[in-house]
Design a protein around this ligand. Structure first.
Ligand code: TXA
Ligand code: MG
Length: 339
C-alpha cells in the first residue's frame, strides 16, 4: 500500500520518504511524475522497476530553482536565458552531466535533462526533499501519462511509497524537451507547451528532431517506444471534417464497435460512441483532455468489446498542435487513414 497525501501541509512526509530512498508520485503542471532522489542509484533503479520502464530510457531531473542545475550539470549562458524566459515551467533542457548523477538516471549517457516545474506543490516538495528529484511520468510504461491522482492510483497503486494528490494537471501533455546544441541553438526532441515559436524568441536557431528512419538511434531514447497507447487500435482520419464524420458513421452502421474522439459539436450526435476533446479550435483543451480520453477508451473497452478508436488527424499549424500531433501519432502507432 502507498500513502495518499491530499493535504499540502503533509509535503514534509513526502519529502522525508524521498530523502530515505523511497518513491513518491507528485503533481506537476504537465503530468504527474514518479520521483526519487536523483543522487540515489538504488532509489532510481526502483523507479524503473515500478514503471516497468526499459532501462535505456533516461530520466528528467527536477529542481525547485533553475540555478540548482549547477550542482549536477554544466550550464551555459543560453541555459540561463531560456531558464529566465520559461522556468519554472514546462521546459526540460538537456545539458552535459556532472559525475555525481549516477548512470541509472541518464541510462549511461553523459547528458541530463533539467526541469523546474511551475506547479507550487511540485516545487515545494522538491525544495523540502533537499535533493534534485529524478522523475519520469507516473504511468506504467506504455500507458498514457497520468493527469489526475486517480490515473496514478490506477497504474501504480502499491508500487510506490506515496502519492500526492494535486488535482488535475493544468497542461496535460509532458514538457517540451530541448537539447542545447550550441551557444545560441537548441533542438526540440519532444514538443510540448513551450513551442518552437516561443523558443525562437530567445534562441537564434531552433530545430526539431524529425521522425526516425529505420535503424536510426533517437537523440531522445523515449521517442522510439510506442507510447501513450490505448488498448484498442487508434486510427487518425486525415481529410475534411465532413468526410471524417461520415467515415465513422459508416463504421457504426456496419456494426463495428468503435469510439470517436471528436469535438463538442458532433459529440451529441454520436451519443455513447463519442468522447469529446472540447471545442474544435480549443487546442489547449484538447491537450488537457487527451490522455484522460485515451484512458477512458480503455475503461470503455474493458466493459464492451471495442474494435477501433477514430479521431481527427490533428492540424499541424504550429503552436501546441505539434505536441498534440506528436502524442497522437504515437498512440496511433502511425496509422493514418485518408478519408
Ligand atoms: O513533463 C514532463 O516532462 C514529465 C513530468 C513528470 O516532469 N516527465 C516526463 O518524463 O515526461 P518521461 O521520463 O516520461 O519522459 C522524458 C523524456 C523521455 O522521452 C526521455 O527519453 C527524454 O525525456 N530524456 C530524458 N533525459 C534525456 C537525455 N539526457 N537526453 C535525451 N532525452 C532525454
Ligand atoms: Mg513518460
Amino acid at each position: 500500500m502507498n500513502t495518499l497525501i491530499t493535504d499540502g501541509s503533509s509535503l514534509e512526509r513526502a519529502a522525508e520518504i524521498v530523502k530515505k530512498g523511497g518513491l513518491v508520485i507528485f503533481p506537476t503542471e504537465t503530468v504527474y511524475g514518479l520521483g526519487a532522489s536523483a543522487y540515489d542509484a538504488d532509489a532510481v533503479y526502483k523507479i524503473f522497476e515500478a514503471k516497468r520502464r526499459p532501462h535505456d530510457n533516461p530520466l528528467i531531473v527536477h529542481v525547485s530553482d533553475p540555478r540548482e542545475a549547477e550542482f549536477f550539470s554544466y550550464t551555459n549562458a543560453l541555459y540561463y536565458r531560456l531558464a529566465r524566459a520559461f522556468m519554472p515551467g514546462p521546459l526540460t533542457l538537456i545539458l552535459k552531466k556532472r559525475e555525481n548523477i549516477p548512470p541509472e538516471v541518464t541510462a549511461g549517457g553523459d547528458t541530463v535533462g533539467v526541469r523546474c516545474p511551475s506547479h507550487p506543490v511540485a516545487r515545494e516538495f522538491i525544495r523540502l526533499a533537499g535533493v534534485p528529484v529524478a522523475a519520469p511520468s507516473a504511468n506504467l510504461s506504455g500507458r498514457p501519462s497520468p493527469t489526475t491522482a486517480a490515473h496514478c492510483i490506477e497504474d501504480m497503486n502499491g508500487r510506490v511509497d506515496a502519492i500526492i494528490d494535486g488535482g488535475d494537471c493544468e497542461f496535460g501533455l509532458e514538457s517540451t524537451v530541448a537539447l542545447i546544441t550550441g551557444e545560441d541553438s537548441v533542438k526540440i526532441l519532444r514538443p510540448g507547451a513551450v513551442t518552437a515559436e516561443a523558443l525562437s524568441c530567445v534562441c537564434g536557431s531552433v530545430t526539431t528532431a524529425e521522425g526516425l528512419s529505420p535503424g536510426e538511434t533517437p537523440l531522445s531514447p523515449g521517442m522510439k517506444y510506442r507510447h501513450y497507447a490505448p488498448r484498442a487500435p487508434l486510427y487518425l482520419l486525415d481529410g475534411a471534417r465532413e468526410n471524417v464524420i461520415s467515415y465513422v458513421e459508416e463504421k457504426l452502421r456496419s456494426g463495428e464497435r468503435c469510439l470517436f474522439l471528436c469535438y463538442d459539436a458532433e459529440a451529441e450526435a454520436f451519443g455513447g460512441a463519442a468522447i469529446s476533446l472540447g471545442g474544435e479550435d480549443d487546442e489547449l483543451l484538447h491537450a488537457h483532455r487527451l490522455f484522460a480520453a485515451l484512458r477512458e477508451t480503455d475503461d470503455y473497452g474493458a466493459e464492451h468489446e471495442l474494435d477501433a478508436i477514430y479521431t481527427y488527424m490533428p492540424k499541424r499549424d504550429g503552436g501546441i498542435s505539434a505536441a498534440i500531433y506528436n502524442r497522437l501519432i504515437r498512440a496511433a502507432d502511425h496509422t493514418v487513414i485518408k478519408v
